[in-house]
Design a protein around this ligand. Structure first.
Ligand SMILES: CC(C)(COP(=O)(O)OP(=O)(O)OC[C@H]1O[C@@H](n2cnc3c(N)ncnc32)[C@H](O)[C@@H]1OP(=O)(O)O)[C@@H](O)C(=O)NCCC(=O)NCCS
Length: 173
């Protein structure tokens, strides 16, 4: 699968480009965006650029990965949604996880849910992955709400030992 892209009513989900580094670095430098990601640390521009390289490497290696999410009306990168392996939680491995991260100015419009529905369909139907999990830090209620809106079912609470924070695990039915 060389260049998958998905169009939803308002969004374009696509692979990453060099010009995504600036807007992605800006969102990863926002403490509110990073608050419930690992230990909550913000990322430098170099770290954000390295992450994009890693996302692209994963697409090439696995045939799935994190999509860059662009707003169709402006062509602006607003975040990502996609599939990855939750290596930080060995007790549920092997597994494929759906995750998301959006720039703060885009929150509250249903974009994360719209993108995630399309990615779940891509993973379950197009790729034939039998089950997809999703994991949020317990205080990240917006992400928990998205998992519920997606029709996922609560599985368990667990400890993310990489940062010492507790998480909730959801699974597709
Ligand atoms: C989580 C995040 C992706 C949500 O993006 P979004 O585009 O605003 O999400 P949506 O609008 O599709 O849905 C959010 C839902 O959570 C609800 N919500 C938002 N804040 C909430 C809170 N503090 N408590 C409970 N529900 C909340 C919204 O009302 C909405 O539900 P509704 O449609 O029933 O009203 C965004 O806040 C984000 O990028 N956060 C930082 C990165 C992050 O935490 N990623 C997830 C790691 S698990």
């Amino acid at each position: 699968m060389s260049d998958p892209a998905i169009t939803t009513p308002r969004l374009l989900l696509r692979r990453w480009r060099d010009e995504d580094v600036e807007p992605f670095a800006a969102m990863c430098s926002d403490p509110e965006v990073m608050r419930y990601i690992g230990s909550g640390d913000t990322r430098t521009r170099e770290q954000a650029a390295a992450s994009i390289k890693a996302f692209e490497g994963m697409w090439d290696e696995k045939g799935y990965g994190l999509f860059a999410v662009e707003l169709q009306s402006s062509g602006r990168l607003i975040g990502f949604t996609g599939l990855s392996e939750p290596m930080f939680l060995p007790e549920i491995m092997p597994a494929v996880e759906i995750g998301w991260r959006f720039a703060r100015q885009s929150w509250g419009n249903g974009f994360a849910t719209e993108a995630a529905r399309a990615v779940l369909d891509f993973g379950l139907v197009e790729l034939g992955i039998p089950e997809i999990v999703s994991i949020h830090q317990t205080d990240n209620h917006a992400s928990g709400r998205i998992m519920q809106k997606l029709g996922m079912r609560y599985d368990r609470e667990a400890l993310d030992e990489t940062c010492g924070r507790s998480v909730h695990v959801y699974r597709t039915p």
